[in-house]
Design a protein around this ligand. Structure first.
Ligand code: ATP
Ligand code: MG
Length: 425
């Protein structure tokens, strides 16, 4: 059998890897600016956590989970999303007992058994944020602002923010009845799955991807029409905050999200640029999930963003986003004695934070210089017999071609100053 990567999985390397590292660095900085701490939860959890947390009637739990029984007979699932796992950790480590709110973020591999296509993989990666311990709309606004600021810092412009409110449990109950009544009038036009879900979880029907279903759902009652006083005020306050923070939004009653745990605010950042899989980031408030998982009532709000889709949109809008990889210096050599000196210098330079390379392939000097160009070295030097004898090196600026002669004993210091890097501790 030919051994290759599984369908729906990807190796990330080379230029692509540089895009990821750059995006991840932007995310880390962003989360620091917003006061969020990173959390890393295990790659797998008990299946029950997701069944309970994400919801039995969702696509994820129904069809998309990578579940297996391990040798200890435990029923285990590779995480299909991270919120339920973060909630589990929040409870397990009694984070609710710390000063609130608890503000966490993650970047994590995520696994869903789906039909692979552009922007849809079986192992993908999510960046997500969660804020626990407050039901204030200021928290919803702060979470949305992270998404907004992220897109700005990634140089992504053609993405719209759509917001909606599903209401709290009370409004949802009233709404579900209204929606069920409506769905029953359309029953004959709906797909099998929708028919199945219609009574158990009517809201899920609105999220059906089947165009035929969508056509008959146009006139469905909206969750906004069923909001009670408190939920309506919460949604209005959020809108005021977004306006004050200069974050444009569209109220879109079609946003209901594919997971069961949302209450009140839901939102998506949607791109029109990358085809059908246009949602780069989706989230909302989940005031009942913590209780659902661990019995303690703690309100929370968060989002999950697909790293692959973020990088795709960034690419499609801004080709020059990532600069080429460069090295500070390449040191070539001719002969065994010079080889020792070259690797000694390269090693000393690296100790003080200069990115330096030499030749590992016994190349000719000409080929070594070609390599120096290939790795985009800013400076180069070649050590041969005369350099060893005179204890001097010619340092060449690869851009201008200018060469200055430097005593070997001062070489590291001079190059270090030139490349303007402070010594690494
Ligand atoms: P979709 O409607 O595209 O299936 P979803 O509602 O299932 O999305 P969420 O569970 O909200 O997605 O996940 C948050 C984000 O993770 C999505 O907005 C998307 O950017 C990304 N994402 C979800 N599934 C995949 C996947 N299979 N491959 C790549 N990215 C994904
Ligand atoms: Mg999905």
């Amino acid at each position: 059998m030919e051994i290759r990567a599984l369908k729906g999985t990807k190796d990330i390397f080379g230029d692509e890897m540089r895009k990821w590292l750059d995006a991840e660095a932007i995310i880390r900085r962003l989360c620091e600016d917003f006061g969020f701490n990173q959390i890393r939860t295990p790659m797998f959890e008990f299946t029950d956590l997701f069944a309970r947390g994400v919801g039995e009637t969702t696509d994820i739990v129904n069809k998309e989970m990578y579940s297996f029984v391990d040798k200890g007979e435990n029923r285990i699932t590779l995480k299909p999303e991270s919120t339920a796992a973060v909630v589990r950790a929040f409870l397990e480590h009694s984070m609710y007992a710390d000063t609130q709110p608890t503000k966490l973020y993650y970047i994590s591999p995520t696994f869903r058994y789906e039909r692979p296509q552009a922007g849809r993989q079986r192992q993908f990666h999510q960046f997500g944020v969660e804020m626990f311990g407050t039901d204030s709309p200021t928290a919803d606004a702060e979470i949305i602002s992270i998404g907004h600021t992220l897109l700005k810092r990634l140089g992504i412009k053609k993405v719209e923010l759509h917001i909606n409110s599903l209401g709290g449990p009370e409004c949802r109950k009233a709404y579900n009845e209204k929606l069920k009544a409506f769905l029953h009038t359309k029953e004959e036009h709906l797909c099998e799955l929708c028919k199945e879900r219609m009574d158990k979880n009517p809201l899920r029907v609105l999220d059906c991807k089947n165009p035929a279903c969508q056509e008959h759902l146009q006139d469905a009652p909206t969750t906004l029409s069923a909001l009670g006083e408190g939920c309506r005020a919460h949604f209005e306050e959020l809108q005021k905050l977004l306006t004050a923070m200069d974050i444009p939004f569209i109220i879109d009653s079609g946003i209901v999200r594919g997971l069961d745990y949302y209450t009140k605010t839901v939102f998506e950042f949607i791109s029109n640029d990358i085809g059908a899989q246009g949602t780069v980031c989706g989230g909302g408030r989940y005031d009942k999930l913590v209780e659902e998982i661990g019995g303690k009532s703690v309100p929370a709000v968060g989002f999950g963003a697909g790293m692959e889709r973020l990088i795709m949109v960034r690419d499609s809008e801004n080709k020059e986003a990532i600069s080429e990889a460069t090295r500070d210096i390449f040191i070539g050599y001719r002969g065994d004695e010079a080889m020792l000196e070259a690797f000694k210098l390269v090693n000393q330079l690296r100790q003080v934070g200069v990115s330096a390379e030499s030749d590992h392939l016994q190349r000719s000097i000409k080929a070594q210089m070609k390599y120096a160009n290939k790795i985009a070295a800013r400076y180069s030097a070649v050590i041969g017999e005369s350099e060893l004898e005179n204890k001097e090196l010619g340092l060449k600026n690869m851009e201008t071609g200018e060469i200055v002669t430097i005593p070997m004993s001062q070489f590291v210091e001079v190059v270090s100053n030139l490349t303007q890097l402070s010594p690494v501790e």
